[in-house]
Every structure is written in C-alpha cells, then in structure tokens.
Design a protein around this ligand. Structure first.
Ligand code: NAP
Length: 303
C-alpha cells in the first residue's frame, strides 16, 4: 500500500485565505482590525525565525502585527509588565509569548499572566481547563491544526481508536482532549509506556509528537491507519535525506507503505500551526467585540 499524502501546506493556505476574507468582513462590520502581539525574550535564532514567520503571516491576512522584544536578561517583572500592557491594549486581540523563554524565567507562570480572551496559543490554565471541561475557548494551535488536517482528509474520528505518542502540555495532552471531544477512543503514550509498538499498532489514527527522529517504524502501524507526524527534528540535510534537514518522528518511507494516509515532514503539520494561530486571533477579536463568550481577566482575578 502506498499512503495518500495529507498536504499541510495546501490546507494551511486554504485556512489562511479564509481567515483573510473573514478579517476583511470583520473590519467592515466592526471598524476594528484584529491585532496579534508576539513577545520574544532573548536572541535565540530559531525562536526569532518563528516569530518573524508569525508576524509576516499576520500582516498577510490583514491583521496588525505587534512585535515586542526583550533582552535575554529581562527579569520576570519586565516580561510580566510587557504582557500586562498588551493585555490592556484594546488594539491587541491576541498575545503570544514565544517559548521557550530563557532558563531564568518561568515560562508557564508568564504564560498564565495572559488573559484567557487573548491567549491565542491556548496554553493558559483557563483555556486548558475549558478544553478539559469540553467548553468553548481558544485551543492550542498545533493540535487544532492536526484536527483540521484529519477533517480535511475525511477521517472519521467518532468511535475510532486513536493513539497519541507524547503527553506534553503544548501538544499531547490537548490533542488527546480534542480527540476525546470528537468521540474517539484515546490512548496517550509516553516515555514510560510499556511496549509502545504494540499500543501504536492498535491505532486507526496514530499521532506522534515525541521529538525522536523516525521512532515510529512500519511495524508500529496498523495497515490502513492514518498517521500524523508532529515531530520536527533537525538533522544535517545528508542525515535527513532532504534539503531542509527536517525529519519527523515517523519513518516516513517505510510507514507510507503501511498507512492509508500520512503527513510528510516538512509540509504536514508544521504549516498548520501558524494558520491556526491566525484563526485563533480572529476568534479572539470576535470574542472581544462581543464580550462574555470567554472568561475575562477580571473573572480570573476574582476566582
Ligand atoms: P516534549 O515536551 O519534549 O514531549 C515529548 C513527549 O514524548 C513526552 O511526553 C515524552 O514522554 C515522550 N517521549 C519521549 N521519548 C519517548 C519514547 N522513546 N517513547 C515514547 N514517548 C516518548 O515535546 P513536544 O513539545 O510535545 O514536541 C514533540 C515534537 O513535536 C518535537 O519534535 C517538536 O519539535 C514537535 N512539535 C512540532 C510542532 C509543529 O508546529 N509542527 C509544534 C509542537 C511540537 P515523558 O512525558 O514521559 O517525558
């Protein structure tokens, strides 16, 4: 069998084009332009590249980008002050603190300072709680992008056996919750899982977010399964066998012989993350234009 390739670039381009149309309509209806603020602490090259991509994508769909940078030695109080200022700025619909922050800073504590209604990464305790409770809220971008890919690929999740490898707060846990909300039967694996191979081989939908190059081999995969590779591992182009030097957590060539559909790396899940960030920013702008659809900062402070 040779798997159908799920083209994340094409799906992401469709989402971005749709967001651009909706931004224009939103502006006409409300007179407001959604704004996305990115906060980058330090000079990490990869983070700077990600932030630049988000800024560019934001401008491309007609939103206003706000680019806030703090030096690597910025204190917790300085970053918190920046986040608070953005939270109080009505022209900013969404705030994204680029992770990881330098070691001396507590990334989760800083993230938690972002008001839930502007938390376009969906990573604050309030939005994580809303997801766990099955209530509306802003969802983390990468798992939301995976759901979008599965939907576009026509994958039936209701009653499906889904296995997520990885249990991070950023991806694995919210992914599992989202699949559960779609009525899949969900198993979450991690580094202490006994017999990962056997558990993965049960999956009709197998999602790998581990950070281990080509961990998922052909015999981890049930024939006909849909395989989503979230992993982004940087090797030399020679080691990776491609120009970008990026490989996923799935042994693509071998698994494509067994799976019915598969996402490539690059060009699969990666492009979806920014597309969903844009969609979240528009959702945030809409919520702020018609309040009460999400808990506001004042409610959090009172809780
Ligand atoms: P993470 O926080 O490092 O979590 C990795 C998870 O994998 C952990 O739950 C860990 O288990 C588990 N794990 C590690 N080794 C394992 C093994 N041998 N067998 C089974 N499970 C194992 O990473 P993350 O932030 O979730 O990211 C995972 C990967 O996805 C990375 O390659 C990252 O670059 C990529 N990613 C891509 C995007 C995108 O936009 N495409 C977005 C986010 C992440 P324990 O919990 O037991 O330690």
């Amino acid at each position: 069998m040779s798997a159908r390739v799920i083209d994340g670039r094409a799906v992401a381009a469709r989402v971005r084009a749709q967001v651009a149309l909706e931004v224009q309509a939103f502006r006409e209806q409300t007179g407001r332009t959604p704004g996305l603020a990115t906060v980058l602490v330090g000079e990490d090259h990869a983070s700077a590249v990600y932030v630049a991509g988000k800024q560019r994508a934001c401008a491309e769909v007609g939103m206003t980008p706000f680019d806030r940078r703090l030096p690597a030695g910025a204190s917790f109080a300085q970053v918190a002050e920046e986040l608070e200022a953005l939270d109080g700025d009505q022209s900013v619909s969404g705030i994204l603190l680029q992770l990881p922050v330098p070691d001396h800073l507590d990334g989760p504590a800083l993230t938690a300072m972002i008001g839930a209604e502007k938390d376009v990464d969906g990573l604050t305790p309030v939005n994580a709680g809303l997801l766990a409770l099955g209530r509306a809220g802003l969802r983390p971008c990468t798992p939301a992008g995976v759901l979008e890919l599965l939907d576009e690929a026509g994958v039936e999740l209701e009653g499906a056996e889904a296995v997520v490898v990885g249990r991070s707060n950023l991806f694995g846990k919210p992914m599992a919750q989202m699949l559960l909300a779609q009525n899949a039967t969900v198993t979450v694996c991690h580094s202490r899982t006994r017999d990962l191979r056997a558990v993965c081989a049960r999956a009709e939908v197998l999602i790998a977010a581990v950070g281990r190059p080509r961990l998922i081999e052909a015999d981890f995969v049930k024939p006909g399964a849909v395989v989503i590779d979230v992993g982004m591992n940087r090797l030399t182009p020679e080691q990776a066998g491609n120009k970008s030097g990026l490989v996923g957590d799935v042994d693509y060539a071998a698994v494509a012989e067994v799976a019915s559909a598969i996402t490539p790396v690059p060009g699969g899940v990666g492009p979806m993350t920014i597309a969903m960030l844009l969609r979240n920013t528009l959702q945030a702008a809409r919520s702020q234009a018609s309040p009460d659809s999400l808990p506001r900062q004042a409610d959090q402070d009172a809780a």
